[in-house]
Write a protein that binds this ligand. Sequence first.
Ligand code: AGP
Length: 606
Amino acid sequence: MCGIVGYLGSKEVVPLLLDGLRRLEYRGYDSAGITVLRNGSLETVRAEGKLDQLVEKLAGHAIRGSYGLGHTRWATHGAPSEQNAHPMVDSRQRVAVIHNGIIENFLTLKERLQAEGWSFTSETDTEVAANLISSYLDGDLKEAVARAAGELEGMYALAVVSTVGEREIVVTRHGPPLVIGVGEDEQFLASDPAALLAHTKDVVFLENNDVGRLTPEGIEIWDAGGARVERPVTRLNWDPIQAEKGGYKHFMLKEIHEQPLAVQETFAGRVDFERGQITLEELNLSEAAGRAIEKIDILACGTSWHAGLVGKFLIQGLARVPVEVDYGSEFRYRDPIVGPNDVAVGISQSGETADTLSALEAAADRGARLLSICNAPGSQIVRMTDGVIYTHAGPEIGVASTKAFTSQLVALYLLALYLRQIRGPALEPERLRALAHLPAAVDEVLGLEQELEQLARRYSRASDFLFLGRGINYPIALEGALKLKEISYIHAEGYPAGEMKHGPIALIDEELPIVAIATGDRVYEKVRSNMQEAKARGGIVIALTDRDPQEFDGIAAEVIQVPRVCEELQPIVNVVPLQLLAYYVGVRRGADVDQPRNLAKSVTVE
Ligand code: AGP
C-alpha cells in the first residue's frame, strides 16, 4: 500500500519525485523519503508524517541530481518513524531500496546477514532487502537484485539504485504492482499509473518476478527464468487533469460528481439499444461457457464486497444463476465447494487487493474459471483472470470508493443481462433502456447535494448511526454505514431492516439517527413499518425514498427524496445521497476526507 516513484533522465529529479509522491499520497502516508544519486554517493532525506514534512525538510537541502527514488509509507513492519522510513540504505552505503509489500522471511535473512557482519538501524523488512542486495553486489546491480529476490518470500515491489555500476534503476516485483513510464530519453517508475500521467501515457506493467532495468537508453526486462523479454507498452487514456481535483475541495467530492459519466462510460459501447443486445468482449466468456455455469462465487472486500451483494440479487434475479458472495479474506478458510463448472468473479477497484487475489487463487485451485470486475488496466486481478469487465470510472484517488462502486453495480447489471441473453429468458429491451436513463437519474440525485450538506450539519455530532435496507438495498445500507465510518470516524452499522427486532432495536434512543432506505415496491411497506417501530422508540428516522415525503409524516424527521428508476438500478441512485452525507459529515468533523486515518486506497497486504 506504499507509494513508489522513480525517475532517470536529464531533468532535476527532486521536483519530479515529490510531484509523483503527492499523487500517490493516498496509498499510504505515515512517512516519506527520497534518495538521489549525486557524484557517486547516495543522498537520502526522510521524514515522519505526511509528505509536507518531507517537503519542509528538503527546503533546507539543495539536492541536485538526475535520478533517484521516492516513497510514501503505510507501515507494515516497524512503527511509523523517520528511522523506519524508506528509502532504506544498506550498512555499506552502496544501495538504496524502496519497497511495497511484506517480506515474510525477513527475520531469518536478518539473522544470517547479522552473522555475516551486516548492521541494521531499523525494524523494517526493507532494510534486510537492502543489505541482502548489497551482499550480492559485485558490479552488476541487476544480478544482485535478481539473486536477492530469489531468496525473498512474501509480497514485494522493489526499486533499487546503487553507487556501484551503471546509471540505472533496477526493479522487481512479486505481488504489489510496479509500472514503468516510457519517456523520451527518460524513464519513470511508480506503484500506480496515476503518478505518471503528467509525464507520459505510455506505460509498461511488470509481470510477477520480472526484473527490470531502467537506463537513459531505455528499459530491459528479464523474466523469472532470467530470459530477456519484451512487455507490451500500454497507452493510458487518462489525461493528467482527470487525476487532479478539478476544482473540487476533495477528490472524494469530485469523484461523487463524476458518477453520471462513470456509469455511462461503463455501459457505453457494450449495449446495442436498437438490437437489444449486450456485448462483453473482454469477458472472454463464450455462450457455451456461459450456459455451462452452475454457480458463481463473487469474491471481494469492503465496498467491492457490498457491490457483490447487489450482484447476487441481479444475477440470481435476472439470469437465475446461483450466486455466493464472500469476503476475500474469508473464502479460502471455508474449504469452499467449487466445481469445474463454477465461475469466481473477483471485484476490485484497484485490482491489487491481496485478500481478493488470494481468494481467486483458492477458487482456481478448485477448478473455477476466474473473471474480474476492475477499474485498473493491467492490474494483478486482470492479469490473473480469464476475462474482465472494466469499470471505466477513471482514476479513483479518494480512499473512500464512490464512482468505482456505482460503476461496479453497472458492470454487474451488464453481466446479469449478458447471462440472461445467453441462458434465457429473452432479454427485454426495457431492461437496456433503463441503463440509458441512469446517468440522468444519477445527475438528478446529485442535485440533493445542498440538502445533504444541511442534513450533515444537523447530525455531524452524533456518536452512532444505523442504516437500514431490505432486499437489494440491504447492501446499500451496509455501504452507507461504511462510507460514514471510514470518512467521519462515527460508529455506524448497516442492517437488514427486518433484523432490527432481533437485537439492534435495543440500540434505539433519542440520540440515534436511523437512515432507512424505502424505495421501490417489493419491500416498501415492510421498511415503512420498520421506520414506525424505530420512531415509536424515539429514534430519529431519516427516510431515503422515491415516494411522496408526505407518506412519512409523523414517522421521519428527515426525508431524502430520490428519483425512481428500475428496481435493479435503484441502488445506484440510492447510494449517492449516502456518499454525500458521509462526505459532508466528515468535512464538518474536520476529518481528512481523502486520506482517512489508518486507511490506504489499495490494501496489498493480507
Ligand atoms: C472503500 O471505501 C474502502 N476504501 C475499502 O473498503 C475498499 O473497497 C476495499 O479495500 C477493496 O478495495 P478494492 O476494490 O480495490 O479491491
